[in-house]
Design a protein around this ligand. Structure first.
Ligand SMILES: [Zn+2]
Length: 502
């Protein structure tokens, strides 16, 4: 890595002085094609994205992508666009491959066409309609960043290469998987039957190059229904969250037999929190509290403000009676808190030098006929075995149950392995292109909390679409990509494809 960084910084410093010489760094042909793409296809590419966004490609429980009419319509639109651009199109069901050129040697781009759910009330207009007006300079809507924007980028990078008749030694393939957000099994099945490109880039995370991804995990449990009544104050309802991989921005609590003194104590704690908004409502002696935080991708809990943990924290004015909601609030305060890394969850917290700390985020509370189900999303680096983690989680849960004389129901841990890519010959090329187009000279591979399909493809690493150090908005209720980034991605993908396929 040292050598490549030295080379990249040298090239970038040269760029200021000797514009012609720098072309040798990215390559004259690659750079000219990137410029051509930028000059020719900004509007068409935006229109492509607008069309792709119109289809609500969220996963429907119990309905296969191949039977889902919105997914079928989305793929028909993709087929139409590919045909118009002169690219070949193969529909394998859950997997669509759009190709350019003819060779056994292939370069793959990995994307997905499904989206996460959204709460339409939180958007200026339907997030399925590309919004270019509400926030100047931004393309706002579901899928702009994750992951329909990159599909349009890839299509027009391929189209530009085709227009210019650039001779490539390798075929380029764009993979669009239809269940990345919900179920990776159909992709695993596909891979058993069909061979994949030898070298791949995933367009579903961030720059410069992602060589490690934390393992996704879920800890779940149900706090059993316990009918309760008292003349003293108690929590009768606690709810919040939307879906498993979103840091929740909404939460709600109801307290019975509350009084002004209790409210003052709660409000005092609320004042010490930054970024939360609370709404208090009285109905006789019943106090309802609505909490508004900030949603974010659960792999980036630092970018959000978790409404569930913050609401629980302001309720920590006392130890509540252990009815269903009270036990839940007590548990959250004792073992989760507003920290992001499992600091209070027994011994589970740990960190890796390159991959960073494990994150531990309660994301969804769901009332079922058995009680309230708590879903905790974790993202774990290398450094502990799954067995060790499970033992530590179970021991904390066992102690808590013992101490509180409560039997939690449906306790389960599902913890996936972290992924580290050690075999990706294209990394130096990706870093060179990134440095050339961004002016960031000391680009180095990074690790992320999110999990992408990189781990299922040979020699795959993520390359964009988001800039390092910026807020990732996929999975949030304010998803966007800046127009500038959208164009920059087109240029970088065009240049990179030429360099990797020549
Ligand atoms: Zn994604």
């Amino acid at each position: 890595m040292q050598k490549s960084n030295y080379l990249t910084s040298l090239l970038v410093s040269c760029a200021l002085l000797l514009p012609m010489q720098i072309f040798a760094g990215v390559g004259d042909i690659a750079h000219k094609a990137a410029q051509y793409a930028e000059a020719t296809y900004q509007d068409e590419m935006t229109e492509s994205l607008r069309q792709l966004m119109l289809f609500n490609t969220t996963a429907k429980t119990g309905l296969a992508s191949t039977d889902n009419p919105a997914h079928q319509a989305f793929k028909a639109e993709l087929a139409k666009q590919a045909k118009q651009l002169g690219l070949d199109f193969i529909d394998y069901g859950y997997v669509v491959v759009i190709g350019l050129g003819d060779s056994d040697q292939r370069v793959g781009m990995i994307t997905h066409g499904d989206i996460q759910p959204f709460n339409a009330k939180k958007w200026a207009q339907s997030p399925l309609i590309l919004d270019q007006i509400s926030e100047p300079g931004k393309l706002v809507g579901r899928g702009t960043e994750d992951d329909k924007g990159p599909i349009s980028n890839a299509l027009y990078a391929m189209k530009s290469i085709k227009d210019l008749n650039i001779k490539l030694n390798k075929r380029i393939e764009l993979y669009v998987y239809m269940a990345e957000e919900s179920d990776w099994q159909p992709l695993r099945e596909h891979i058993k039957l069909y061979s994949l490109p030898q070298v791949n880039i995933t367009l579903d995370a961030e720059y410069p190059v992602v060589t490690a991804e934390k393992g996704y995990g879920t800890i779940s449990m149900t706090f059993p229904t316990k009918h309760y009544s008292s003349s003293k104050s108690y929590i009768s309802e606690f709810s919040g969250g939307f879906f498993g991989s979103q840091i929740p921005e909404d939460a709600h609590a109801t307290i019975e037999n509350a009084d002004k003194k209790l409210l003052a104590q709660i409000q005092k704690l609320a004042k010490s929190q930054a970024g939360m908004t609370y709404n208090y409502q009285w109905q006789g002696k019943r106090l309802s509290i609505s909490a508004l935080g900030k949603s974010a991708h659960s792999s980036k809990p630092e970018h959000g403000i978790n409404a569930i943990t913050h609401l629980a924290e302001i309720l920590a004015v006392k130890h509540w009676p252990n009815n269903t909601s009270g036990a839940l609030v007590n548990f959250i305060n004792e073992h989760l808190g507003t920290g992001l890394y499992g600091e209070k969850f027994g011994d589970i917290a740990y960190s890796d030098d390159f991959m960073g700390p494990m994150s531990v985020s309660p994301t969804v509370l769901k009332t079922t006929d058995k009680g309230i189900a708590l879903n905790i999303n974790i993202r774990r680096p290398t450094g502990k075995t799954t067995k060790q983690l499970e033992d530590e989680i179970n021991s904390t849960l066992a102690n808590w149950q013992q101490k509180n004389q409560i039997k939690l129901l449906d306790v389960s841990n599902e913890i996936n392995e972290p992924f580290v890519q050690r075999d990706a010959p294209q990394i130096e090329t990706l870093l060179e292109v990134f440095s050339f187009y961004t002016g960031i000279a000391d680009a180095k591979p990074v690790s992320i909390g999110g999990g992408t399909n990189s781990r299922l493809f040979p020699s795959a690493v993520s390359f964009g679409p988001s800039m390092p150090g910026t807020e990732y908005t996929g999975h949030s209720e304010h998803e966007f990509i800046t127009k500038k980034q959208f164009i920059l991605n087109l240029k970088m993908y065009t240049a990179v494809l030429i360099k990797l396929a020549k």
